[in-house]
Ligand binder design. Structure first.
Ligand code: HEM
Length: 722
């Protein structure tokens, strides 16, 4: 062991000596100090990690030509592993191009437009040739320009198992209702605060940034109580006749340890909007839920998911995003609908506008959104000063491209190994040990977010959320903390005193909670707690109910999909779930096949070197593979959409620590790996000591190696639909 530690230190020293170019390697080597083959018995990871071997590959996207909402037919389901995959269907079949073959005249939805009229995603008729991404993700895939755009279907690894086979929520095998989601939540997920020994709250929070970048169920704000009320004002169940459409309320059992004391028997829950609700499919075809944002990891949370939102957040001057100066700091612009969008206690409190509507949901999320906005404007200022001849559009697009490149680098090389493991990521070609291009874009891979990923596996990381947020000084002392449920959807705290910088340092200092079955009560009892109220809602129960709403196949189905033996008795779950939890499951559920994916997956023993058990790891791995390989604009790709070799080497130096340093006004020092707790080997250093992305590489030398062509394109520069 001592030898091992010594060799790690030596390796680090060599890497540091090798200079900033090797910074990415520093992350790769050191990202998971907890993973140690000798400690965990050799090949544990090898044994359990899902391998994307050809025979086991999840179904790839059939690259079809269109996704128009008028396409009523569904392509035949693909066969894989002897199972019919549902994702052959939802993509729809070729339908005629309604926009003709001229200049694109897209039916751009107006902000006030009824979302129902958006159908199931409207792909453009053809794609302008561009070095830059579109805002909605259209034309990323030139064979299927609508792939991954907003208002389209989540993809699926396994077909849905609705109660009626078509759209009603999942039932038990017997035909009985499944156990109350709230009963499952309070029985399985107590509040036992165990801190993660290695990772900071920043790792949790950046995870939420990544998920908001990739998906959002249609029909819910995820920030405020739903306008549709499925319970009576005093928390009782409504009779079916009086229940509004799409209601699927959570039944609170009489023996509930918390809610029964308030005599609450019903928790609001409104079903996700599907392609069936939008009439995009025939009556007898199974429903697929829609996502409101594009699937690409493209900082759409900053730049918006369509042209209209992008126009609302852009200054159209100097390539900058709109920001407001107060107290010598740069803030996100005010939301013009502050009273509607935020829970304000005072009309003058700030409520922000960003590319994503969830920006105000919790203080630490808003901190990161603000840092990413400031980073764009910081980059834009540098580009404008070194290229005074560039117009607003060129500066904006180049700054956006750099910001996205840094975000992809940080998400994959710094954040992802913590969550899905370094070995696993390398083995599955999600990460590469290279300084050069990777060029693994594959147009046959569907980047659409998997329903199982967004609505079960990735939500597991709600377990990492801490209920109290530390306010931390530059000397890394805690001044105190704030209670998260006092500040849901109320970002006013950021502008009080030095809170912004204190919360920023808190992200890098406070540990996240451990990846386990325990959840902070701020999430399981106080989600969306209203001022003066003793209790809010239970996010864990909502996630269990969402799993059923989406008709996800059972935990047992995914076990076998991911290579674990299919269980025929509860006892068979003992291979990866503790005896206590298996016994609890057996008292709640009638049959092992009834156990919800969200529940079973979250109880599995965590694979060392990752933050997930084998089944969720398999789903997460599949998603993050698709997200990179299915993105034509991925930052490690060469060609006219990519960076030069030298620029790419600079992007690889970016780190979350440097983003926090450069954009937190009073943040003067940070540990190099800011997703990892401060320690002797990850000590706080002055910001200037952290590797920096040298933006002079973007100086336009007019014909030189780093010449940046104009953002414009001629009329002949179009990729026509094949
Ligand atoms: C304080 C932090 C967080 C809060 C308050 C929060 C809250 C929520 C809420 C309210 C929803 C929607 C529930 C529903 O109606 O179905 C949601 C969805 C989700 N959350 Fe979180 N969350 C937090 C952090 C995280 C983190 C750290 C992750 C992962 C690393 C995560 C992953 C997800 C995912 C994947 C979804 C589904 C996204 C979609 O709509 O497609 N969340 N969360």
């Amino acid at each position: 062991m001592a030898l091992k530690a010594l060799s790690l230190l030596l390796l680090e020293a060599i890497l540091i000596q090798a200079g900033p170019q090797s910074y990415q390697n520093l992350f790769l080597q050191r990202i998971n100090p907890q993973y140690d083959n000798t400690v965990y018995g050799g090949n544990l990871i090898e044994d359990h990690v899902y391998s994307r071997a050809p025979g086991k590959l999840a179904p790839q996207a059939p690259i079809l030509q269109s996704n128009y909402h008028s396409a009523p037919q569904v392509a035949p389901a693909i066969q894989f592993n002897g199972v019919a995959a549902a994702n052959g269907g939802p993509l729809g079949t070729l339908s005629p191009n309604p926009y003709g073959q001229g200049f694109p005249q897209l039916p751009i939805p107006q902000p006030t437009q009824d979302p129902a009229s958006l159908g199931c995603g409207q792909a453009p008729g053809f794609c302008p040739k561009s070095r830059y991404r579109s805002y909605d993700g259209s034309c990323n895939n030139l064979n299927n320009p609508g792939l991954g755009i907003p208002q389209t279907r989540y993809n699926r690894l396994l077909p849905a198992k609705y109660g009626d086979g078509i759209s009603t929520p999942t039932m038990a095998l017997s035909g009985n209702p499944l156990p109350s989601a709230r009963a499952v939540s309070f029985s399985m997920y107590p509040d036992i605060p165990i801190e993660d020994p290695i990772w900071t709250l920043n790792a949790m929070q950046y995870g939420q940034i990544i998920t908001h970048d990739m998906s959002m169920i249609v029909g819910s704000t995820q920030t405020q109580p739903h306008a549709t009320r499925c319970c009576s004002p005093d928390g009782q169940l409504l009779d079916l006749a009086n229940s509004p459409e799409h209601c699927f309320p959570i039944v609170v059992p009489q023996n509930d340890p918390a809610y029964s004391q308030q005599n609450i028997r019903c928790m609001n829950f409104v079903r996700t909007i599907t392609d069936k609700d939008r009439r995009c499919i025939g009556d007898h075809q199974p429903a697929e839920q829609l996502t409101a944002v594009n699937s690409y990891l493209d900082l759409s949370i900053v730049y918006g998911n369509n042209d209209q939102v992008n126009q609302q957040v852009r200054l159209f001057q100097g390539g900058r995003l709109i920001s407001e100066q107060r107290n010598s700091q740069e803030w996100l612009p005010r939301n013009p609908n502050a009273t509607g969008a935020c829970t304000l206690l005072d009309i003058n409190e700030p409520c922000y506008l960003a590319g994503d509507t969830r920006v105000n949901q919790n203080p630490q999320l808003t901190v990161l959104q603000t840092l990413l906005l400031r980073e764009h404007n910081r980059i834009a200022s540098v580009l404008a000063s070194i290229n005074p001849h560039w117009d607003d559009e060129t500066i904006f697009q180049e700054a956006r491209k750099i910001n996205i490149g840094q975000h992809q680098q940080i998400s994959y090389y710094e954040w992802l190994p913590i969550f899905i493991g370094l070995d696993n990521s390398l083995k599955n070609k999600i990460l590469w040990r290279t300084q050069g291009y990777v060029d693994d874009y594959d147009p046959t891979v569907n980047p659409s977010v998997l329903n199982e990923h967004a609505n079960a596996a990735f939500r597991f990381f709600h377990t990492l959320i801490a209920g109290q947020l530390d306010l931390v000084s530059e000397r890394r002392n805690s001044y105190g903390n704030i209670r998260i449920s006092d500040w849901f959807n109320r970002p006013a705290i950021l502008e009080q005193g030095n809170s912004f910088d204190e919360l920023t340092r808190g992200l890098g200092t406070q540990p996240e909670l451990a990846a386990d079955a325990y959840h902070d009560r701020e999430i399981t009892l106080n989600w969306l707690r209203q001022p003066g109220q003793p209790l809010g809602q239970d996010l864990k129960a909502i996630c269990i109910q969402r799993n059923r709403d989406h008709g996800l196949a059972s935990y047992n189905d995914y076990r076998s999909f991911c290579g674990l033996p299919k269980a025929s008795s509860f006892q068979d779950f003992l291979d990866v779930i503790s005896r206590d939890n298996v016994e609890r499951l057996a008292t709640l559920y009638e049959h092992p096949d009834d156990v919800d994916l969200t529940v079973g997956g979250s109880l599995e023993t965590i694979i060392p070197g990752t933050l997930a058990g084998p089944t969720f790891l398999c789903i997460l791995t599949e998603q993050f593979y698709r997200t990179r390989v299915g993105d034509r604009f991925w930052f490690e790709n060469s060609g006219e959409t990519g960076f030069t070799q030298q620029q790419l080497a600079e992007i690889r130096k970016s780190s979350i620590a440097r983003i926090m340093c450069d954009n937190g006004r009073g943040v003067r020092a940070m540990q190099p790996r800011a997703f990892e707790r401060i320690s002797q080997s990850n000590a706080v250093v002055p910001c200037e000591a952290l590797p920096v992305v040298d933006l002079s590489l973007w100086k336009d030398l007019k014909g030189g190696s780093s010449h940046i062509p104009s953002a414009g394109f001629g009329t002949s520069d179009y990729y026509f639909k094949k």
